[in-house]
Design a protein around this ligand. Structure first.
Ligand code: IMP
Ligand code: MG
Length: 186
């Protein structure tokens, strides 16, 4: 059975609003990287849908790669560990890397991934995030490009999940508290 939209309390970003902003982001990044051929690394799974729209909005040549990491268990708070479940296949030495992430929350994931790619010899590492939660930041990192800032609320849709649900919603909304409380480990 398809995920029930009634678990989403309020729609924050409509499909149209997201599409417009992502297109603009593509133009912005293309201008910054004019003449270069960056490697765009999608952070799976949350950024997958954003990534596919973002790379198609680029007006420059870019290579695509994917990394799967996890910091969260089934709940909504960070576990404090970064596990690389599946790594990129590109040799990043000397390359300009753009990490494409869904949400920068505490900043832990981006702090660790950026350091990892720098260690591997990337020429530059930038972060392009769909959402930024600046009030939640605990690690010294920031998105070089971001589409929207959000507060301290748990959002789902357009790739973002709660316990692997809601990713395929075309909009982004706030998850109802009652839905979060249903999780035994919260
Ligand atoms: P950080 O390492 O604390 O910055 O957490 C970043 C990760 O937490 C993101 O890659 C998301 O997968 C997840 N995350 C943080 N906030 C949300 C949210 O509101 N909805 C869905 N996932 C989130
Ligand atoms: Mg993520």
């Amino acid at each position: 059975m398809k995920t029930d939209c009634s678990d989403v309390g309020k729609i924050l970003f409509t499909r149209r609003k997201i599409a417009r902003r992502v297109k603009k982001l593509g133009a912005e990044v293309s201008e910054k990287y004019a003449g270069l051929r960056p490697v765009c690394v999608c952070v799976l799974k949350g950024a997958a849908i954003f990534f596919s729209d973002f790379v198609r909005a680029l007006k420059i040549d870019a290579e695509l790669d994917f990394i799967a990491v996890s910091t969260y268990g089934a709940g909504t708070s960070s576990s404090g560990r970064l596990n690389i479940k599946s790594d990129v296949s590109t040799n990043l030495s000397g390359r300009d890397v753009i990490i494409v992430e869904d949400v920068v929350d505490s900043g832990f994931t981006m702090y660790k991934l950026k350091a990892l790619f720098e260690e591997r010899g990337a020429r530059s590492v930038a972060i392009a995030a769909l959402f930024d939660k600046p009030d939640k930041r605990k690690y010294d990192t920031c998105a070089d490009f971001s589409c929207f800032s959000v507060g301290d609320e748990f959002i789902v849709g357009y790739g973002l999940d709660f316990d692997e649900k809601f990713r395929s919603l075309p909009f982004v909304g706030v998850l109802k508290k009652s839905e979060i409380e249903k999780q035994p480990n919260n």
